[in-house]
Design a protein around this ligand. Structure first.
Ligand SMILES: O=P(O)(O)OC[C@@H](O)[C@@H](O)c1c[nH]c2ccccc12
Length: 246
């Protein structure tokens, strides 16, 4: 009986948060990024997770970390709602929405328009779509996302994936340096850099743990970075790199 009551209470919180989120005045992710680009500033999407499949557990405190990310000027927070590998859940999402004004990127991938609607209703601001999905599904997700005015990042790993999704002309293109099959980081993206379209905003994601690595992307005109492990492990570094680059 107790279990049922707790479940009922959780559902009540869940739905009342959804309804509240529908009334949220969404700050525009695009506007924030463009503002930083125009002011010649680097933008950071900082990630929160309790654990990662390649590093194990982090000793961290969600309250302190997300507040610091906000104070130090992250344009968005990347969150993984996955309880097995990253040990996060939807309550983290609701906590962050309630206690900060950070926009939230759903870093676990979107696989269908239903999944997109679900994320929209919960109140996510930015979503991620893998370019390895069927092209028709990607196109459908993209079309619906425009109607809902929710931002989508299409994620690629290589030239082949770039060519596949180029016709969609996404506003945001994420280059993920990590090969998800073997979790290795590919720092040599030269052939990709030469072909990047200049009418979209490129976001460099994952495995960025050296200033020189970030610098290579900056030299190739990339101004937005998604960083998890590096900031979570070395919080002072966030402050340093932020001041250094801006
Ligand atoms: O912590 P990093 O190296 O800055 O990477 C962030 C993000 O890409 C990572 O947390 C992640 C997201 N999805 C994954 C799937 C597998 C391995 C890692 C990931």
């Amino acid at each position: 009986m107790n279990k049922i009551l707790i479940k009922k209470k959780n559902y009540k919180i869940f739905f009342s948060t959804i309804i509240k989120n529908l009334n949220y005045k969404k700050t525009n992710f695009i506007k924030n990024v463009l503002f930083n680009i125009k002011s010649n500033k680097i933008s950071f999407i900082s990630e929160y997770k309790r654990q990662s499949p390649y590093k194990g557990m982090y000793i961290n405190n969600i309250k302190k970390i997300v507040k610091k990310y906000e104070i130090l000027g992250s344009i968005c927070l990347s969150l993984l709602n996955e309880c097995i590998h990253f040990k996060c859940n939807f309550y983290d999402f609701f906590y962050i929405k309630k206690h900060t004004n950070l926009l939230i990127l759903r870093k676990d991938f979107i696989f269908s328009t239903i999944h997109l609607l679900h994320s929209f209703l919960i109140g996510y601001d930015v979503l991620l779509v893998l370019s390895s999905l069927n092209l028709l599904i990607i196109k459908n997700i993209y079309t619906v996302s425009k109607k809902l005015k929710i931002n989508i990042i299409i994620e690629i790993h290589n030239l082949k994936e770039l060519e596949k999704i180029q016709n969609i002309r996404p506003i945001f293109l994420g280059i993920n340096c990590r090969d998800l099959k073997n979790l290795l980081i590919n720092k040599n993206q030269d052939n990709l850099f030469k072909k990047l379209p200049n009418n979209c905003i490129i976001i460099s994601e994952s495995g960025l743990n050296l200033f020189n690595h970030i610098k290579i992307f900056i030299d190739n005109n990339i101004r937005v970075f998604l960083i998890g492990d590096f900031f979570l492990n070395n919080f002072n570094f966030f402050k340093k790199i932020f001041n250094l680059l801006n």
